[in-house]
Design a protein around this ligand. Structure first.
Ligand code: RUG
Length: 839
């Protein structure tokens, strides 16, 4: 039945997606005229971008609205992806490709006197993430929508995303805020009517039956902002709901009336601060880095509480008993950051819904799934008990109650094993005691997964070993990460996408939705005509990158040289240090050669990019060293024909989209066993770049797919790492003895050859002294691997074949595969397609 008014009138007036060029042009002009209140005379590129974006947004809203109505009507089981980070990058290009309207918009914009590619460049990245974890969440949203799965994301709408990185003339990283919302953000829908009250502090009074009343303290409002996530070649448009914090009341009227204006606005400021800024610390919860820890814990609770309130409200609209909650709701915890959702759901069920404790626990443990993204000890989240007690008194009680029953169960299975109890307890003893979030996440979830085969195995055998003994192996599985081929091939490398479509002779949309189809390229790997076209695409991508470097750094690059790229967060375990020390070694070797000898050397341009956490001293020193070494070698007339190097500031999704398609070789060289998966390795390979890497993370599975002959592996393997570290501590061998080539490099740096003698000593000492990341152990084999790269590159035809074979075997690494895995093996959700007619 039609809900209100005259059905015919409504239906005639409701619009669909605008697909014809004249209407598209009209809608853009309409937005120029009305939404922006501008005229053709004063319309600049930013304005034109905004008008085009608003017009595309209208289309997204039509699909989004219909999808949400469809889902509400059909009431399927839904999955919710809780992630503190969503590194979305730009939206316009992606939305146009997914809607299939890029050509039409391009033509319309052209007629209006602009160029679409220029307008795309006007968009600011939505950089609400630090790196791999947040970008993975963004890829998973794209795949969920593209596969018509009922999945929503939940995150925070930070006013400021990851800081902008500036590099001072002497090579130091400086940080500036990222005011990404400064211009209107067309991609979000403020839902001022969707709000929840979130409490902090106060006191919790226990009642009988495990219930309690939590009252007092501070209450703030969570306001929803919805971001539309269009699927590729489908009307299905999913939702990413981001929460913004607001004061519950504008300001304190009593203080205002008493003339104390500062006090009056103080509480309002403290509420707004919760979602003010993304924490720029990657892989660490250590006190040194997480300044103002309380605010970070506040963020985590604010976000999980608002998301759960929203999820429970939606479930209650179905009018089903709460016992059926896990039949309609699956919640994926992206890392331990949203773990408070577990005690929060218990609080809602027990305190607010009167569900008996045991039943509530059953519902909870059938709802949550937990993904671990690291085994690095410093990254495993712990919160001081006193802080938790102060900020979330009721949750601490619930955590203690969960822990009590849990430890009873452990004791039953392993009677008297006190050490085991100590290791497995959610509460770590000490001063102060700490809440171990990974233990809580594991105990409260139905399944736990790592993000690549090796990593999942390390999860099972190290950090979660005791839990495997308790629950059995089946609770601990693997979902190897994936990347969306829409953004990471079609959008960032249109030349290659077109060549693939021509060659496979199937529509682009078919292979973009079934990436295993790329295997069809193998049949063409030996074809010289195809090889030529493949190489031409790479060359034009290298020229595009050279143009970018020219406009940002003012440097001219030799695009005939090999492009060697390492782009990722700066972290000691990722070993940009190994790379820069290797570059210096190459430079010294070149310098020692005669001019004749040098002519035989393969010219190379090396690119670095990545941000360091603002408080991470050694990582910042490594950036400084890279920039200063680059300055010296780029100015050296003897060698610059053969070796140049650039540090590209302010690495972002958009910069990655230019860098990745241009690489011949990329470096993924973490100490074995430290990089959980890595996802840029997949992006480089999908774009026909080869890898030099350690036997770590997803590198291993990439090599399994493409064949070890197409990957340049080096370095010690994971099982050797612990023993080597032991040797470093108890039987140290001086670097001069262990690795003379490296010792020579360290000496040059110490001598001041790259400026700033003395400045780099703290970094150099990490290598000379404890060498936790095994630079001295892996240096020689790293240099050998790079020589093999040089050798392989000399035979360009063979290299191109390797490149084709590598891209052809990337099917496994589509995030569509990963999301299907989660949907089937974890969430138990099904495709729900919105038909073109809205049915
Ligand atoms: O370091 C890991 C990467 O290896 C991985 O590919 C990515 C996505 O799973 O997550 C990264 N990560 C891990 N980011 N933060 C953490 C620890 O909190």
């Amino acid at each position: 039945k039609w809900p209100r008014g005259d059905e015919k009138t409504w239906k005639e007036a409701l619009r669909g997606v605008t697909t014809d060029e004249p209407t598209i042009t009209k809608s853009i002009v309409n937005h120029v005229q009305t939404s922006l209140a501008r005229q053709p005379h004063n319309l600049d590129e930013l304005g034109a971008y905004q008008a085009a974006a608003l017009s595309v947004r209208d289309n997204l809203i039509v699909n989004w609205n219909e999808t949400q109505l469809h889902f509400t009507r059909k009431a399927p089981k839904r999955a919710y992806y809780l992630s503190l980070e969503f590194l979305m990058g730009r939206t316009l290009d992606n939305a146009l490709l997914n809607l299939g309207l890029k050509n039409k918009y391009s033509n319309s914009v052209d007629k209006l006197g602009f160029n679409l590619e220029d307008l795309l460049d006007k968009e600011r990245d939505a950089a609400l993430g630090n790196g791999g974890l947040g970008r993975l969440a963004a890829c998973y949203l794209d795949s969920s929508a593209s596969q018509e799965l009922p999945v929503w994301g939940y995150g925070l709408r930070y006013q400021y995303g990851i800081f902008q990185q500036l590099i001072s003339p002497d090579g130091q990283q400086l940080e500036a805020p990222d005011p990404w919302l400064q211009n209107q953000n067309p991609w979000e829908l403020p839902r001022l009517d969707v709000d929840y009250e979130i409490r902090f502090y106060g006191h919790s009074n226990r009642l009988e039956n495990g219930k309690a009343v939590w009252s007092g303290g501070q209450e703030v409002l969570a306001i929803a902002y919805d971001v539309m996530i269009p699927g590729y070649e489908t009307k299905n448009t999913n939702n990413l709901r981001l929460w913004e914090s607001k004061p519950k009341r504008g300001f304190d009227l009593n203080s205002f009336n008493a003339g104390d204006y500062e006090a009056a606005v103080e509480s309002s400021n403290s509420a707004a601060a919760i979602t003010a800024v993304l924490y720029p610390n990657d892989h660490t919860t250590c006190k040194l880095f997480v300044f103002g820890k309380e605010l970070r814990l506040k963020q985590q609770y604010f976000w999980t509480a608002a998301s759960l309130a929203d999820i429970v409200r939606r479930f209650k609209n179905l009018d089903k008993p709460l016992t059926e909650f896990p039949d309609y709701v699956a919640i994926q915890l992206n890392d331990t950051h949203p773990t408070l959702a577990i005690p929060e759901l218990m609080r809602i069920l027990v305190d607010e819904e009167d569900v008996p404790w045991d039943l509530a626990w059953n519902i909870t443990t059938n709802t949550f799934f937990f993904t671990n993204h690291t085994v690095l000890p410093e990254a495993l989240e712990k919160w001081p008990v006193p802080l938790m007690e102060h900020l979330l008194p009721r949750h601490l009680q619930i955590i203690y109650d969960i822990n009590f029953s849990f430890l009873q169960a452990v004791d039953k299975k392993f009677p008297g094993d006190l050490e085991r109890l100590g290791r497995m307890s959610i509460i770590e003893e000490g001063f102060p005691k700490q809440v171990r979030m990974a233990n809580l996440a594991c105990i409260g979830s139905r399944k736990v997964n790592g993000v690549a085969e090796l990593h999942s195995e390390l999860v099972r055998t190290t950090i979660m070993k005791d839990f495997v003994d308790l629950y059995g192996i089946s609770k601990f599985a693997n979902v190897t990460n994936g990347i969306t081929p829409r953004r990471w091939l079609d959008q960032c490398n249109p030349g290659l996408s077109q060549l693939i479509t021509e060659t496979l002779k199937i529509p682009r949309s078919v292979w973009l939705k079934d990436l295993y189809k790329l295997e069809g390229l193998l049949a063409h790997a030996e074809d010289p005509a195809f090889q030529k076209k493949w190489a031409a695409v790479k060359q034009s991508n290298k020229e595009r990158l050279a143009h970018y470097v020219e406009t940002t750094l003012g440097a001219t690059i030799n695009t005939k040289a090999m492009f060697d790229v390492q782009v990722k967060r700066l972290h000691e375990y990722k070993r940009q240090s190994l790379n820069i020390l290797g570059v210096i070694h190459r430079y010294l070797t070149l310098k020692a050669m005669s001019a004749e000898e040098r002519k035989k050397v393969n010219p190379k341009v090396i690119f670095f990019a990545g941000k360091a956490a603002p408080g991470y001293y050694i990582a910042k020193l490594i950036i400084r060293l890279i920039v200063n070494v680059a300055r010296v070698i780029n100015a050296d007339a003897d060698t610059k024909e053969y070796l140049t190097m650039y540090f590209l500031p302010d690495y972002s999704v958009s910069v990655a989209e230019v860098l990745i398609p241009a690489s011949d070789i990329s470096q993924h060289i973490s100490t074995a066993g430290t990089e959980a998966s890595g996802t840029s390795n997949m992006k480089f390979c999908l774009n026909g770049g080869l890898l030099v890497g350690t036997v770590d993370g997803a590198n291993i599975e990439i090599a399994e797919e493409v064949g070890e002959t197409n990957v340049f592996f080096f370095g010690h393997l994971t099982p050797a790492v612990e023993g080597l570290r032991y040797q470093h501590s108890y039987h140290p061998v001086p670097v001069e003895q262990k690795c003379p080539a490296l010792a020579a490099v360290l000496k040059e740096v110490s001598s001041g050859r790259f400026g700033d003698a003395g400045v780099y000593e703290p970094f150099l000492n990490t290598v000379r002294q404890h060498d936790y990341y095994l630079i001295t152990d892996d240096f020689d084999s790293y240099i050998r691997a790079l020589s093999m790269v040089d050798e392989a590159y000399q035979d360009r035809t063979e290299w191109i074949k390797k490149s084709i074979r590598t891209a052809a075997k990337m099917g496994k690494f589509s995030s569509d595969r990963a999301i299907q895995d989660y949907a089937q093996e974890y969430w138990n959700i099904e495709t729900l397609k919105l038909e073109p007619n809205g049915a």
